[in-house]
Write a protein that binds this ligand. Structure first.
Ligand SMILES: Nc1nc2c(ncn2[C@@H]2O[C@H](COP(=O)(O)OP(=O)(O)OP(=O)(O)O)[C@@H](O)[C@H]2O)c(=O)[nH]1
Ligand SMILES: [Mg+2]
Length: 222
């Protein structure tokens, strides 16, 4: 499986190492939570890198002036921060995570497969049509709460109905701890309604069935 999320990085982070007038680590999502796990000495010997792509045969890692492929490791996943040991990359220390999505590894009932780490907000996307199912929203909500991620339900395709309020009301029944945003994803609404969760240095994910508008939202926010 290939999970390539590098296109969703801020342009500056993608170009880490090619510019010097910004802090690429912050653009990649570096936060005080990670900084407080390391010493200044660690920083000079083993620079932090973030995993931005997971391939079967390697982990794509970006840092301040670093763009490299590391050997795959079952204990490292997309979004992880590693203190890169240039001499023994396989032994690079994995920093404690703010959040982690995992599931039982296919074919085993005891191994875990790590899916994504250090996500701040997950947009649970559904559209106002046959895709809309409260039970599915509840499953996604449980997954995000268990992972330590803030969920936000985004109801798309409001333009296809004269009255989308019943969908919004149903989405609100999932949990009173989850914000619900309804919008037309192809217009300006994603930028005006979702930016408060997408501030610099924040990592967001989009969850939802095929065709609900995840790519449309991501592109609008980019
Ligand atoms: N009318 C309308 N169409 C939308 C809206 N949001 C997305 N679409 C359209 O729905 C289709 C699917 O949107 P995508 O963003 O590709 O959906 P996706 O969730 O990324 O789908 P997968 O990549 O297959 O998982 C596209 O043709 C979009 O233009 C919306 O708010 N209103
Ligand atoms: Mg898509």
């Amino acid at each position: 499986m290939i999970r390539d999320y590098s296109d969703f990085l801020p342009l500056r982070a993608r170009n880490a190492g090619r510019h010097s007038d910004f802090n690429p680590l912050q653009a990649l999502g570096w936060q005080p939570f990670f900084a407080q796990q390391i010493s200044v000495e660690d920083l000079s010997v083993t620079p932090p890198v973030r995993i931005v792509e997971v391939h079967r045969n390697g982990l794509h890692a970006l840092g301040d002036g670093i763009d490299t492929i590391l050997p795959p490791r079952a204990d490292v996943t997309l979004g992880d921060w590693l203190m890169l040991d240039p001499l023994r990359p396989r032994s690079s220390r994995v920093l404690e995570r703010t959040s982690l999505i995992k599931r039982p590894a296919p074919g085993t009932d005891w191994q875990e497969q790590l899916i994504a780490a250090n996500i701040d907000t997950a947009f649970i996307v559904t559209s106002c049509n046959q895709d809309f199912k409260v039970a599915r929203l509840e499953r996604y909500a449980a997954l995000t709460f268990e992972a330590g991620i803030t969920p936000v339900i985004v109801v798309t395709k409001t333009d296809l109905l004269t009255d989308s309020q019943s969908y919004i009301d149903s989405a609100r029944t999932v949990s009173d701890m989850i914000d619900v945003v309804a919008l037309y994803a192809r217009g300006d609404a994603p930028r005006t309604k979702l930016t408060s969760w997408c501030r610099p240095g924040k990592t967001v994910a989009f969850l939802g069935s095929s065709g609900v508008g995840k790519s449309t939202l991501a592109n609008a926010l980019l």
